[in-house]
Ligand binder design. Structure first.
Ligand code: MN
Length: 398
């Protein structure tokens, strides 16, 4: 049976923000990070409301830990959604939520948004969640590479968040855990600043304990600019009964860290004992990409229509982006919005400008730029159209 040997949890405002919209929960065996979004204080409230739902831990009852954890995330969604409808100051609020619960042999994972869960095992560092973000959708569709996603101007647009609709699709999985595993749950304030995942893994592996590693991660994000709130949870597993090396002090008194601006590195006690069932399920959710893309489009459409700012640092408003394409007549066209078809054949884009240039007459590399549907700022996109119209573009500039 596994237990959490040591954990660290801390949130930092970063260097640019005045407030901290992240919240976290770290009381073994349950850990979670929420990254709130919304105007004024709404983001802070949204993430706190979501985390509050976890206060009593995983409820007893029917279903696997994974199912019950996903149920809690659904409950958190309902709370945030209700609140968002209760007053103008809360309208458009939302939050990510990435939660992990250690059972006897498995880590149950439930996740919505672009906070992330990683695993450091035997020196290799791996991400176990998939972002619900625009750039991740584009990566999955093969339209951009993971490296391009890291630098993409729209990388902070998320496609799924708690509080947007009455129901929510929660990604969930059960991960076969092992003694020695170190898990990281973090908000995008870490990963958008330290974009090399390998680097993040190295910083954790450098030791000597999770407390130092955690502070090192936060420092690295701040050194890189600290443009967003940074939340880091680290926890390491051990086998119960195995006298592992204990590097941290026994003097830690904080058994739980909930909320913001607290840090703990404490020993844990066994949660329960049980029969070691195999549970060798390394489940990832079935691919429902198409449905997801539709949901994503729907959320983006609704929010874009309302013009609601959602993500700290970015906007989940589809109308703030542009892309190049070809219209029915085969003419080079500048579109405003997202290159998705919404539900019920609603388009998420509209024609902003139609040039007189037939796409078929363009040299192949330039035509590639026209059909890649890459998202651009208004200025970038219209500059590009102008250059194509003037025949200044030879390709490779996209
Ligand atoms: Mn953030």
């Amino acid at each position: 049976m596994l237990r959490v040997a040591e954990h660290f949890a801390h949130t930092d405002t970063g260097r640019q923000r005045r407030g901290n919209e992240d919240s976290f929960f770290a009381r073994s065996p349950l850990f979670a990070v929420a990254d709130g979004m919304g105007g004024a204080q709404a983001g802070e409230i949204a993430s706190r409301v979501a985390i509050d739902v976890l206060q009593d831990g995983l409820p007893d009852g029917a279903g696997s830990p994974e199912e019950r954890l996903a149920g809690l995330v659904g409950e958190a969604n309902a709370h945030v959604f209700e609140l968002s409808r209760s007053g103008r100051e809360y309208a458009g609020m939302g939050t990510t939520l990435t939660a992990a619960y250690l059972g006897e042999e498995e880590l149950a994972i439930a996740h919505v948004g672009d906070s992330r869960l990683y695993l450091l095992r035997d020196g290799s560092f791996e991400r176990l969640t998939r972002d619900h973000s625009l750039v991740e959708e584009l990566v999955q569709r093969g339209e951009i590479t993971a490296e391009e996603a890291d630098q993409h101007p729209q990388r902070s647009i998320i496609t799924r968040a708690l509080g947007q609709e009455r129901g929510i699709e929660v990604d969930r999985a059960s991960w076969r855990a092992r003694a020695g595993d170190v898990y990281l749950i973090c908000s995008d304030g870490l990963t958008s600043m330290v974009t090399s995942e390998a680097r993040v893994g190295e910083l954790i592996a450098a030791g000597p304990d999770l407390r130092e590693a955690g502070h090192r991660l936060i420092e690295a994000a701040n050194d890189a600019g600290g443009r967003d709130n940074i939340t880091v949870i680290l926890f390491r597993l051990e086998e119960v009964g195995a006298p592992g090396p204990r590097t941290d002090q026994d003097t830690a008194t904080d058994l739980a860290a909930v909320g913001s601006a607290q840090a703990t590195a404490v020993h844990e006690v066994p949660v329960a004992d049980g029969s070691g069932r195999p549970g060798a399920r390394a489940a990832t959710p079935p691919s429902r990409r198409r449905r997801r893309a539709r949901n994503a489009a729907k959320i983006l459409f609704v929010l874009g229509l309302l013009g609601l700012p959602v993500l700290g640092g970015g906007y989940i408003a589809s109308q703030s982006v542009y892309f190049l394409g070809v219209d029915d007549q085969g003419l080079l066209t500048l579109y405003q919005g997202m290159p998705y078809d919404g539900p019920a054949s609603l388009s998420l884009y509209s024609v902003n400008y139609t040039s007189g240039v037939p796409a078929a007459t363009l040299p192949a590399p330039v035509r590639q730029v026209v059909v890649d549907h890459k998202l651009r700022s208004r200025r970038d996109a219209s500059d590009l159209v102008t250059r194509i119209e003037r025949g200044e573009l030879e390709g490779q500039d996209g």
